[in-house]
Design a binder for this molecule. Structure first.
Ligand code: SF4
Length: 232
């Protein structure tokens, strides 16, 4: 199969092909972290730092029960679990927990469903991640995807999320901000919303109070200190 440009239909060769292969897609899951705190997204997805707390552990357990590929129909709605998604336009890729295919007027409309621990939040991180899945599905299937659903483990409620112009714009802005971070390979400063740091599993590693020092520099200094302490 010939690789084709993300901008057009011409087959790619040589340097152009290499450029395309070098465009490592942004993980869809990074968008929710970026809405919460762009620095958190960079620490997890760029610096590969991860620290688990009770909240993240519960989320992981919830996804372990939903991340099994497969398909079936429920009350006439075709459902597919653990669906790989990608958008060349936004250079994003990931996996949807569940995609339902709602049939109407002879057309199947994809409807992404994302499972979350806890309950609906004041910020829009979950909605942005879901909307990004919708944008991928639109590009993959060539049909409008007007909405998706978030299912929350704590409330056992399903919330329908319309992909309106405001949410689409926020999703595209977040993806652009993430692309800029990935391109620059630079971890941004801490979020000014200090209350978010209290629930952040990376607070110990990030040390937002030492904001002037990037996390990489702080970790290097810590390693230097440990090595100095271990020296005879
Ligand atoms: S501790 Fe605060 S600044 Fe650091 S990653 Fe978490 S939310 Fe962002």
């Amino acid at each position: 199969m010939a690789w084709r440009s993300s901008k057009g239909c011409e087959p790619l060769f040589g340097d152009d092909l290499q450029d395309e292969l070098d465009r490592e897609p942004i993980p869809l899951s990074a968008l929710q972290h970026a809405v919460y705190c762009l620095r958190q997204a960079a620490l997890i997805h760029l610096e590969r730092v991860w620290a688990e707390n009770r909240l993240t552990a519960e989320g992981r357990v919830l996804h372990a029960t939903t991340d099994r590929p497969g398909g079936r129909s429920v009350r006439g709605v075709r459902r597919a679990a653990a669906v790989p998604l990608a958008s060349r336009r936004l250079n994003m890729a990931g996996v949807a927990d569940l995609v339902e295919f709602h049939r109407g007027d002879g057309v199947e409309t994809p409807h992404p469903v994302e499972f979350k621990r806890g309950k609906p939040k004041l910020h829009r991180a979950d909605e942005v991640q879901l909307c990004a899945q919708g944008l991928c599905l639109e590009e993959m299937y060539g049909v409008p995807v007007p909405e998706g659903s978030l299912f929350y483990g704590e409330t056992r409620r399903r919330v329908v999320v319309p992909f309106d112009a405001g949410l689409r714009a926020l999703t595209e802005e977040t993806a652009a901000a993430l692309r800029a971070v990935f391109t620059a390979q630079a971890t941004p400063p801490p979020t000014p919303k200090k209350q978010r740091c209290r629930a952040c599993s990376l607070a110990e590693l990030c040390r937002p109070q030492a904001a002037a020092r990037p996390a990489k520099a702080w970790r290097s200094a810590m390693i230097e200190e440990l090595l100095a302490g271990a020296a005879p």
